[in-house]
Ligand binder design. Structure first.
Ligand SMILES: Cc1cc2nc3c(=O)[nH]c(=O)nc-3n(C[C@H](O)[C@H](O)[C@H](O)COP(=O)(O)OP(=O)(O)OC[C@H]3O[C@@H](n4cnc5c(N)ncnc54)[C@H](O)[C@@H]3O)c2cc1C
Length: 260
């Protein structure tokens, strides 16, 4: 993946970052490979995770094993008795609530201060894929090659309009930044336009840990715009908290919101 740097300030920033991390991780290029007259920093030792594909794969696998149920559960339907949570015929010693943006204002998580952000994405098919870099490029937007001349372009940040539908403003903004990023892409057709609400938090740290009022209930939320990348590092802490009673990282611990 390349971070394109146009301004002197950007160049200074990415050159410094490359020096600090070393070329094993980040390489500065006065001219990026496969791009015309663009400078930037290229990440090494990195790959793209197809999160949607990964989730779909596990859902399918767990469904066939009878370990996954796709169903909406309301707080009022849960009952805690004899040391277990009960929901219909299912009982569980512990529960983890990971409702994403749906948790805002809902019991028993209503004290958590979400600052939700809507994001939009486009999938486009370009007429000149041979003029496109074969790796991910990022400046104001990212462009991810998906194969067959198809690219995923994202994303927008909107804190005001939290309706779930994609918007014309979002589409135009993405296309404008994409054309600035890769002017040689040629003509293109839009094949998908998606929108979703990010469960963002003002202090930019996820919400994790044991619920102060229900010790057998845990929260895993507030992953914001970087959830897919952060979860791999932080979720083992939540698992350890559940199994061994160890604390989660203090910056993520939800307990502070109940003390106020
Ligand atoms: C446009 C966009 C681009 C992004 N790009 C990146 C990126 O490049 N890298 C990165 O690391 N992250 C990225 N993210 C962020 C990442 O996708 C989020 O951090 C992540 O989706 C949050 O995950 P979550 O599981 O907490 O919430 P969600 O993905 O919202 O999942 C919550 C789930 O809970 C279910 N649910 C809610 N209420 C109930 C209920 N009562 N009963 C049953 N189920 C319920 C919902 O149906 C949903 O499936 C991006 C997000 C967006 C919107």
């Amino acid at each position: 993946m390349a971070f394109v740097a146009d301004s002197e300030q950007d160049k200074f920033h990415w050159k410094k970052a490359a020096e600090k991390l070393g070329s094993h991780w980040l390489e500065w290029h006065d001219t990026l490979p496969e791009m015309t007259e663009r400078s930037g920093a290229l990440t090494r030792q990195s790959a793209r995770l197809d999160v949607a594909g990964l989730c779909a794969h596990y859902q399918q696998q767990w469904m066939t094993q009878g370990r996954y149920l796709k169903q909406e559960i309301q707080w009022e339907e849960l009952e805690f008795k004899n040391g277990y949570w009960h929901w219909g015929h299912i009982r569980a010693r512990m529960l983890v609530f990971c409702h994403g943006a749906f948790a805002r204002g809902r019991k028993p998580q209503e004290v958590l201060p979400f600052h939700l952000t809507r994001g939009e994405l486009l999938s486009i098919r370009v007429s000149n894929p041979q003029h496109m870099p074969s790796y991910i490029v990022k400046k104001k937007v990212f462009s991810i090659p998906l194969g067959g001349g198809v690219y995923r372009i994202g994303s927008t940040y909107d804190w005001n309009n939290l309706t779930p539908e994609p918007t014309e403003i979002g589409r135009e903004s993405l296309l404008q930044h994409f054309c600035d990023l890769v002017p040689d892409a040629g003509s293109f057709e839009i094949i998908a336009h998606d929108s979703a609400i990010r469960p963002t938090v003002g202090r930019r740290r996820p919400f994790m840990g044991q619920h102060p009022e229900f010790p057998q209930l845990f929260i895993c939320n507030g992953w914001g715009s970087k959830g897919a990348s952060l979860a791999a590092v932080l979720i083992p802490e939540l698992v350890s908290c559940m199994l061994h009673g160890t604390p989660v990282h203090p910056e993520t611990d939800i307990a502070v919101y109940w003390k106020k």
